[in-house]
Design a protein around this ligand. Structure first.
Ligand code: F6P
Length: 542
């Protein structure tokens, strides 16, 4: 499915229904650059994925306005139309005080929920006053959504762990709203989650949704198990749903993706070529003709950057003949720098880079280039185009869109992806070299395998991965979510004036959603007869 088809499909759900996306991170931020105010896209997988969707479906996106010039471009209602060159949606900014940002964003979101959900041995930290702030900020987002919805029917599509209480607040205020939430990070097992002191409230908040999505089935299963063992609710494992307060919440896997086609087009732009030349100049003449490995991450302890560097170090120790023949270029976007753990991971990385360069480098050749900056979208695409190998070594990651962006950018059909088996992406991209990033020997071996891989094999693997990302692109992700909502909630009199239920755009080449329900029921009945009911359908029941 492509953008126009998704836009058509969603607008066909019900003409009067507004679509509101809510997240902490905004899709664009404004900064002053030499007397001009310019809009930029932040380094965020969530934004990479959701921005094409909001452009396709229109509507309003509510998010925290956090950049220096954000207030200078909004109207009296804190709204701005975006993107600047071709406005297709409204961004409504919500302002947070430093105290709110500290308790809600640094505190509960990033010191507590983030390490709790990513099992990477970083202890979560909890504070009651942060929790109170988190609750208050969720309430403020709820007020903003209610104001934007007015008296109209609306679908509210909430993003991520910053806003776990929002759906319950909305449900209490407006029981008729259609509520979806996508949780962009892993959901841990119940044993890990139960140490969160306000776990009951988080679960209750999320169960305000009609539909709750995770990247993979395993996270859905963990969520159902957490609910089952910790609160008063009926968990229906047959239908992957939870009943609480007389209403169901459907739990489904929707592996997120990227705008495959657009990234491919952008990869051919002159701007990208210019950025590529800029990088090559930065790396210097010694990098020319070497194999180039690229990493592109936020500086975050979940991304496995030190592990990647140790793997590269071991590779050079074991294969001294590679010295002067390989270069590692690490793009590193500063992130969450108010938090101690993020500052110390940055120090650790800088120390390792220095050590590797001292140990293996020479006057003529520097093995690792650590480029710490907010590289813009075109620069990141340029880096993917330069890469012989892209390294994604996350210790735990809901999906990881760097992997998919890299594949989409390689319209030339070449390049190797080395991918952590602990990412959601590893489930789909089985043609990557899958690695355990904790195993330094294995990482070094895989890097060597990547350098030595014959061109024919590289191209075959890349072709299969490109077919996969093309098929499950971001619009397909959006379609599956909205189609699932349509199956699960009644749009009743909210349907279009002719009383017709919405149909997907013909270009989507999809059958009517209800046919899929019938198909699914038929499947379940026949499976039952055969005594082979599989209660854990991959991809979730239709
Ligand atoms: O994907 C998880 C996520 O936390 C998103 O919510 C977020 O936009 C991204 O990572 C980057 O983090 P942050 O918004 O805290 O900079």
């Amino acid at each position: 499915m492509e953008a126009a088809a998704l836009g058509h499909f969603v607008s066909g759900l019900d003409k009067a229904t507004k679509v509101i996306i809510v997240s902490n991170r905004q899709p664009w931020f404004h900064e002053r650059v030499a007397e001009r105010i310019r809009a930029f896209r932040p380094a965020s997988g969530l934004v990479t994925a959701l921005e094409p969707i909001i452009e396709a479906v229109g509507g309003t996106w509510i998010a925290h306005g956090s950049a220096p010039a954000d207030r200078l471009v909004v109207d009296r209602k804190n709204r701005v139309r975006l993107p600047e060159d071709n406005p297709r949606f409204t961004l409504r900014r919500l302002w947070l005080t430093p105290k709110e940002e500290e308790g809600y964003y640094n505190g509960i979101s990033n010191r507590a929920l983030w390490p709790l959900c990513h099992l990477v041995y970083t202890k979560p930290r909890f504070s009651r006053s942060d929790w109170e702030t988190y609750r208050d900020v969720n309430r403020r987002f709820s007020d903003a959504v209610l104001e934007e919805a007015g008296n109209s029917p609306a679908i509210v599509f909430t993003q991520d762990f910053h806003l776990a209480l929002l759906p319950r607040f909305l449900r209490e205020a407006r029981p008729d709203l259609k509520l979806i939430q996508f949780w962009h990070i892993p959901w841990p097992n119940r044993e890990a989650f139960r140490i969160f002191p306000w776990s009951g409230e988080i679960l209750d908040g999320l169960l305000g949704n009609d539909l709750l999505g995770f990247h993979i089935q395993n996270h859905c299963n963990n969520f159902l198990d957490t609910v089952d063992k910790s609160m008063e609710a009926k968990v229906d494992y047959e239908n992957f749903s939870v009943w609480r307060g007389g209403r169901p919440t459907f739990i489904r896997p929707f592996p997120i993706s990227v705008d495959f086609r657009q990234i491919g087009i952008d990869a051919g732009l002159e701007t990208v070529q210019a950025k590529k030349e800029g990088f090559l100049a930065q790396l210097g003449p010694s990098a020319a003709g070497t194999k180039i490995c690229v990493g592109a991450d936020r500086v975050d302890y979940t991304k496995g950057i030190p592990e990647r560097l140790r793997g590269f170090d071991l590779l050079l120790r074991r294969n001294p003949d590679l010295k002067g023949k390989v270069t590692l270029m690490q793009l590193a976007a500063p992130s969450r720098t108010q938090i101690e753990e993020y500052r110390s991971i940055n120090d650790e990385i800088e120390g390792l880079v220095e050590e590797i360069n001292r140990r293996h480098g020479s006057e003529a050749w520097r093995p690792v280039h650590f480029l710490r900056a907010n590289h813009d979208y075109h620069a990141v695409i340029a880096a993917y185009r330069m890469a012989d190998v892209v390294l994604v070594t996350s210790l735990h990651d809901g999906m990881n869109l760097v992997a998919k962006e890299f594949i989409a950018a390689r319209t030339d059909g070449d390049g190797v992806l080395l991918l952590s088996q602990y990412t959601g992406a590893a489930r789909e991209l089985t043609d990557a070299l899958l690695v355990n990033p904790y195993d330094t020997d294995q990482l070094a071996d895989a890097m060597l395998q990547a350098f030595r891989m014959p061109e024919e094999e590289r191209r075959q693997r890349m072709a299969r991965m490109r077919a996969q990302v093309e098929k499950n692109n971001i619009y397909e992700w959006g379609r599956k979510i909205f189609e699932e909502l349509l199956r699960r909630v009644s749009f009743g009199k909210g349907r279009d004036a002719a009383g017709k239920s919405p149909r997907p755009h013909p270009a989507a080449g999809r059958k009517h959603p209800y046919l899929a329900v019938v198909k699914y029921l038929t499947y379940r009945c026949s499976s039952a007869i055969l005594g082979k009911v599989n209660s854990r359908l991959p991809g979730g029941p239709a």
